[in-house]
Design a protein around this ligand. Structure first.
Ligand code: PXP
Length: 245
């Protein structure tokens, strides 16, 4: 039981961009997301996640290529379904791609990718990724029709959006957890790997470990925040400890 940890290093790049947005591609700018990835690996991360956004607000193209070269675990490239970014993914060839919404209209009620509405737009991307040997995960809300759409797209993995759970309190949080558990069961019954993420931290993550067949959690903001005080290797190690069940 428990879950494996993928560390999202986007916000290391966010700090870099706060100072160096105009020359993030040059050398000696800090902090370096690749150095952060290596520290997360030393702390026990089994994968590194980075989101190459179309607006390049944090991670930039060069980061993705350097991460692929430097890390010893696996790269999970988060991306929207945009032709420009798909082309980059097919050049980088990360182990995993996680397709996420980037514009308002792609988002379901709670913020996952709307795989029902965008089924036909997603089909060719999943095929291209599959043909290139990239494993695709779809970042979806814990809803039955989204899981059915992921299954019909042939997605091997879904990442269940835990944002609504993270934002809720009391009985509402319990209800969100129940939805996540039900969605995880449905995905697992369909033969889809269950990952989850968004908004998870050191204090709210434990109940998420009860999701049936949960394999990986992708966590970023809370780990990068804690790293300011204890360093990224230690912050990662502490989260790995939290994920032992
Ligand atoms: N998973 C996905 C698909 C995400 O988009 C994000 C946020 O970039 C995360 C996980 C990590 O979320 P957080 O930074 O809140 O831990």
């Amino acid at each position: 039981m428990g879950a494996l940890l993928g560390v999202n290093i986007d916000h290391v790049a966010t700090v870099r961009q706060a100072r160096y947005a105009r020359n993030a591609g040059s050398i000696n700018v800090e902090p370096d997301p690749v150095e952060a990835a290596l520290a997360a690996e030393r702390g026990g991360a089994v994968g590194i996640t980075a989101h190459l956004r179309q607006d390049r607000r944090h991670v930039v193209d060069r980061d993705i290529f350097r991460l692929k070269e430097a890390i010893g675990t696996k790269l999970n490239l988060e991306m929207g379904n945009a032709p420009e970014i798909v082309a980059i993914a097919l050049k980088v060839l990360p182990a995993d791609v996680c397709l996420v919404p980037e514009s308002r209209e792609e988002v379901t009620t709670e913020g996952g990718l709307d795989c029902v509405k965008y089924h036909s737009a997603l089909e060719p991307t999943l095929k291209a990724m599959r043909d290139a040997g990239i494993r695709v995960s779809l970042f979806i809300d814990p809803e039955s029709d989204q899981i059915a759409a992921a299954a019909s797209l042939g997605a091997p993995v879904v990442e269940l959006h835990t944002g609504a759970y993270a934002e809720a309190a009391g009985a509402a949080r319990e209800a969100e957890l129940a939805r996540l558990i039900e969605a995880a069961r449905q995905a697992a019954d369909t033969g889809i790997q269950v990952n989850a993420g968004h908004g998870l931290n050191y204090t709210n993550v434990q109940p998420i470990l009860t999701l049936p067949k949960l394999v990986e959690l992708n966590i970023g903001h809370s780990i990068v925040s804690r790293s300011l005080f204890v360093g990224l290797e230690q912050a990662t190690r502490e989260m790995v400890e939290c994920l032992r069940f």
